[in-house]
Design a protein around this ligand. Structure first.
Ligand code: SF4
Length: 383
């Protein structure tokens, strides 16, 4: 047997085909601002000003999400007769709504053969989002992000102002004109476990106006650079949207090679002073939170697993730690006529040398450096 892990773009990788197909999808090539582009003002600006993409980020997780999404929606269409993947647009923005559940009064305006088998109680716009297990707890706790909410509010607003787009395959929907959305729904699906979670809120026209105002700001800007970066940049310990943004090198251009992109946010000593002030405050908050977390962890140490209010308590670990049985391993090698390595045990030699008072000789390790850490302490008062 041969085992090979293929990197993206490696000869024979199936992702080469999947990425090529994804790049040809109409949504990947559209130049009009899409409701799903409204995740960052600067990024939306790049779309509106048709700035060529500068980067080809890793899209494998997004492509998997698209496959799951398409499969679920198609099943809902064929099994439940749901109205799925419908286009909306005006002269500013376009979008594809995952699901529209028509109420009885609106459904009655359609030709009989197009009416849903079971109309909804209220006209609802639904967005299906796939999420990884890593963020699932956050989804259950806090529901949609502000950007996800904005996206669906824009869909609902397009429906109430324009209605369905006048495109092939949905002209019968376009003919009924603007429709009054009453509710928006998020259906979250966990990519790793299949768990399904639904959040619903009543449609609020004020929130829709706010989402429109966000789009207006983007449209009014003379260049993308006038617009705010709504994310913290690439290369951080916790990945951000910037790590997957097709304009990341343009957006964060200017950092010296080998230093973080975020260095471009500091221009002078005033910026340094402000960053250090904020750093100290963040460190104090983190330290106080960590201390309190330790106390709470100790308080809960004897509590049985279970659901308490909005939280579930579970215990992990606590099992015996396994280590290599060196003698048994040597026996196995000898029984199998395998050579037992006789290389010096450096750790043991260093320990013995130190115990015997012998200085351990050191030399610079080729090409390796210690990690650079920050130290921020109170500056002496200037008299
Ligand atoms: S790199 Fe980040 S901040 Fe810049 S446009 Fe992309 S998502 Fe927005």
């Amino acid at each position: 047997m041969t085992a090979t892990t293929l990197t993206p773009g490696a000869p024979g990788s199936i992702w080469t085909a999947a990425t090529a197909v994804d790049e040809r999808r109409p949504r990947s090539r559209q130049t009009q601002l899409g409701a799903s582009d409204t995740v960052c003002q600067r990024r939306a600006g790049y779309v509106v000003h048709q700035v060529p993409r500068t980067d080809t980020p890793d899209t494998r997780a997004a492509i998997l999400g698209t496959y799951i999404h398409a499969g679920l929606l198609e099943s809902a269409r064929t099994e439940f007769g749901w109205l799925v993947e419908r286009s909306v647009r005006d002269d500013q923005i376009r979008g594809h709504i995952d699901v529209v559940q028509l109420d009885e009064a609106t459904a009655a305006r359609l030709p009989k053969r197009h009416r849903p088998v079971e109309p909804a109680q209220v006209l609802t716009v639904e967005d299906v989002k796939t999420k990884s297990l890593r963020v699932w707890d956050r989804v259950l706790r806090y529901g949609p992000t502000a950007a996800e909410m904005r996206q669906v509010l824009l869909y609902a607003d397009l429906l109430r102002t324009v209605g369905f787009a006048d495109v092939a395959g949905q002209r019968y929907l376009h003919r009924i004109g603007p429709i009054e959305v009453k509710r928006i729904r998020f259906r979250f699906i966990c990519r790793d476990t299949g768990e399904e979670h639904v959040d619903e809120i009543d449609f609020d026209p004020w929130l829709a106006d706010e989402a429109r105002w966000w789009v207006d700001r983007v449209m009014e800007a003379d260049s993308p650079e006038e617009l705010t970066r709504d994310h913290d940049g690439p290369g951080l310990e916790t990945k951000t949207l910037c790590d997957y943004c097709p304009w990341v090198s343009k957006c964060w251009a200017g950092a010296a090679p080998g230093v973080p992109a975020q260095t471009i946010l500091v221009h002078d000593d005033k910026d340094r002073e402000a960053a250090l002030e904020e750093y100290v405050k963040a460190r104090e908050r983190a330290s106080a939170a960590k201390k309190r977390q330790g106390v709470l962890r100790a308080m809960l140490a004897a509590s049985p697993e279970g659901v308490y209010g909005a939280n579930r308590l579970a215990w992990k670990g606590g099992n015996a730690v396994e280590e290599t049985d060196v003698q048994a391993l040597i026996d196995k090698f000898e029984n199998a006529d395998l050579p037992v390595p006789m290389a010096p045990d450096v750790d043991a030699m260093v320990t013995t040398a130190r115990l015997g008072g012998v200085a351990v000789p050191l030399r610079k390790a080729a090409g390796q450096k210690t990690s650079r850490t920050i130290s921020v302490t109170r500056a002496p008062k200037v008299a």
